[in-house]
Design a protein around this ligand. Structure first.
Ligand code: ATP
Ligand code: MG
Length: 375
């Protein structure tokens, strides 16, 4: 029996002028995610992709990988039958090994004279030894799709995450911390077609040491949604020495400003069109409207904050779902975990700009940029 997976993509973008480009990109993304998996072929068949594999292939494993790829609305597994009702019934029995009661849905995209869709349904109703029940109201369905010369028989639609293929919206520099929020922000950015380039600012003695921390594990967990991500590691110590002696209440806002600027430089190098952060409103002192405004003052790159409307519990729920939560809560010395007592909550752009200059943060940025390395 030949195995197949039918992959359907979102419908919204199918009508636009970018359709072909998006479809090609999705195909490449699926191939990248399945690198190393054994399957025979992945084909674009009209408004869907079909993956073919021989008997004995780990279909569940392949299915699990495909279901994580943004741009796919659902997937189903199935097989091919001859254009013969008895063969369809035989194949349906093999597919429905769990003997669930099902509803049969038959559709002819190729109109043969040999039988109608109704004939197929009648064939199932009248079949002896079907081995499973037929129930018009069942949410488990077996689909029969008649094409020229053969039919597809499939069941078990698994919902995909929808959205757009990663890359369809261009690239973005994702400011990734060791916390809970930014990995979730990265997930949402990928879901809307942004290809992430990670930037992490660390407190380790060297970039190499940071690359052996939990950070690459978080990035690797996120790569199930987009395997081709790159990452940059930058040291925090140059910034930290520069601000030593400054009233600590401004440190968070200035650190944010510093990170946005570093991200903007990397975005220029990479041809990325946006910066993504895990900020939400009012979650911590640095995230007031005033402080976010003061931090982003002078940045011309679009800053995307996918979590802006989410509550902490919602973010935690999503982090668990995408598999980053357990890594995020592992102890880690993030730059911002340096506890600052009474951080300013209503900073103003001109004053922050002045402090930035007075404490030589422009020069600190140049030096940090020099010391940033790509993993
Ligand atoms: P998170 O849970 O993502 O760490 P947070 O609730 O701790 O967020 P902040 O410390 O204000 O909030 O950080 C806000 C955002 O700034 C983060 O979501 C991330 O995008 C970015 N950020 C913070 N620290 C770093 C860092 N060390 N390196 C890169 N980006 C960072
Ligand atoms: Mg944090």
């Amino acid at each position: 029996m030949e195995n197949m997976i039918i992959i359907r993509f979102g419908e919204l973008w199918l009508k636009g002028a970018n359709r072909d480009q998006f479809v090609d990109r999705l195909m490449l993304n699926i191939k990248a995610a399945l690198k190393g998996e054994e399957y025979s072929e992945l084909k674009n068949e009209y408004d869907r992709f079909v993956l073919y594999a021989s008997k004995g292939t780990d279909m569940k494993g392949i299915e699990a990988k495909i279901s994580k790829i943004p741009g796919i609305s659902n997937i189903a597994h199935g097989t091919i039958a001859k254009n013969d009702i008895n063969d369809m019934i035989g194949k349906a029995k093999l597919l429905n090994a769990e003997k669930k009661s099902v509803r049969i849905e038959a559709h002819r995209s190729y109109k043969t004279d040999a039988f109608t869709s109704r004939d197929i349904i009648s064939g199932f109703i009248n079949a002896k030894d079907l081995g499973f029940g037929l129930d018009m109201k069942s949410s488990d369905r077996i689909y029969i799709s008649v094409a020229k010369g053969r039919s597809f028989v499939y069941m078990d639609k698994v919902k995909g995450i929808g959205g757009l293929p990663v890359g369809a919206s261009g690239k973005a520099v994702v400011l990734l911390s060791g916390g809970i929020d930014s990995p979730v922000a990265s997930y949402y950015a990928m879901k809307r077609g942004l290809q992430p380039i990670y930037l992490h600012v660390h407190t380790f003695p060297s970039n190499k040491a940071a690359m052996q921390s939990k950070m690459p594990k978080i990035i690797s967990m996120l790569s199930q949604f987009s395997p081709q991500s790159r990452s940059y590691y930058a040291p925090a110590h140059i910034f930290q020495s520069a601000v030593a002696g400054m009233p600590t209440k401004y440190e968070l806002v200035l650190f944010k400003k510093f990170m946005y600027r570093l991200a903007e430089r990397i975005a220029k190098d990479e041809g990325a069109k946006a910066i993504v952060t895990g900020e939400s409103l009012g979650q911590v002192a640095s995230q007031t409207v005033e402080n976010l405004s003061a931090s982003q003052h002078g940045i011309s790159t679009l800053i995307v904050r996918p979590l802006i409307g989410m509550n902490k519990e919602e973010i935690i729920g999503k982090a668990k779902e995408i598999g980053t939560y357990d890594l995020s809560i592992q102890e880690y010395r993030d730059v911002c975990s340096i506890k600052i007592r009474n951080p300013a909550t209503k900073t103003k752009p001109p004053m922050m700009e002045r402090l930035y200059g007075e404490y030589g943060l422009q020069d600190a940025l140049d030096r940090t940029y020099e010391k940033t390395s790509q993993a």
